[in-house]
Design a protein around this ligand. Sequence first.
Ligand SMILES: NC(=O)c1ccc[n+]([C@@H]2O[C@H](COP(=O)([O-])OP(=O)(O)OC[C@H]3O[C@@H](n4cnc5c(N)ncnc54)[C@H](O)[C@@H]3O)[C@@H](O)[C@H]2O)c1
Length: 335
Amino acid sequence: MSQKIVVIRGDGIGPEIVDATVRIMDAAGAGLSYEYVDAGLAAYNKTGELLPADTLEAIARHRVALKGPLTTPVGEGFSSINVELRKRFDLYANVRPAHSLPNTKARYSDVDLITVRENTEGAYRSEGQTLSADGEVAQSIMQITRRGSERIVRHGFELARRLGRKRVAIIHKANILKTTSGLFLRVAREVGKEFDDLQISELIVDNACMQLVMDPSRFDMLITTNLFGDIVSDLVAGLVGGLGVAPGANIGADAAIFEAVHGSAPDIAGQGLANPTALLLAACMMLDHLGKAEIASKIRQAIHATYLAKDRLTPDLGGNGSTQSFAQAIIDQLG
Ligand SMILES: NC(=O)c1ccc[n+]([C@@H]2O[C@H](COP(=O)([O-])OP(=O)(O)OC[C@H]3O[C@@H](n4cnc5c(N)ncnc54)[C@H](O)[C@@H]3O)[C@@H](O)[C@H]2O)c1
């Protein structure tokens, strides 16, 4: 019986890149079946709800989802459905690999590193936010817990061990944020004692950013808190050619949602211009998660070969292919 996963096609370029990704997974023999559900604007337009109960039930039932990007209005309107999904399913680990691909605008050709970001607490809890009546003073609560820190550093260390990555850097700002970042660092040191096969280092976040830009090959894996992880992982994505090639996984104990790091790109939606690589690499992470590492590896090799051959690349990569012709080029490389 084929394994069923949930698919959310999403907003903007979402449907185009999701359809291309599903086509490639099927051609690679992933043997999955799909339950399509809606979230975000697509769901709102059909049902009047941004996150319908059917969508939540499907994710709870199948435990694995592939999600296209969802549009969130800036500064007004509804809150991010992405953040809501992470909260509902307690998806505490945000794993973002960055791997150089040939013929991109990448600054380095030898980057291969993973950022593991805490996804549920820190500066993004969005609780206790106040603005004084005169609009002059804003406040927000930043909360770090021992439990939240322990489970993310453990997830990162175990992932490093599983993938054979030796150098793990804990990124913090405990010199200034002595209580919050201090607790995270203390817990990382304690848990790190159980992983004496790893070379664990500590870097202050501003220094880490400078070191990453100077020489990213020094790093195998970064583990950090929510806000720093959000910023540092985009910086790293920039080193390998930008958001078009950056995948991400949101993992919890009971569910996992795989997505591209980029958004719904309304400026190019519906024109067949979107690059499906980021979502396709997220699908490869999903296939690894489902125990289908061989299929994932076959797709990654086909992506690499397509970039190397500059075959039907999308316009963001300097080519004149379309989302679907680029997907076909990858399928042709599957062999
Ligand atoms: N995980 C998510 O669902 C997610 C993540 C980020 C932003 N968003 C949402 O997406 C919407 C648009 O956000 P934005 O414009 O700031 O960022 P964006 O990532 O959608 O787009 C930024 C730029 O990159 C380009 N781009 C992005 N993905 C591309 C792709 N696959 N191929 C080619 N070009 C691509 C876009 O055309 C645009 O010029 C907002 O509503 C935002 O809230 C969603």
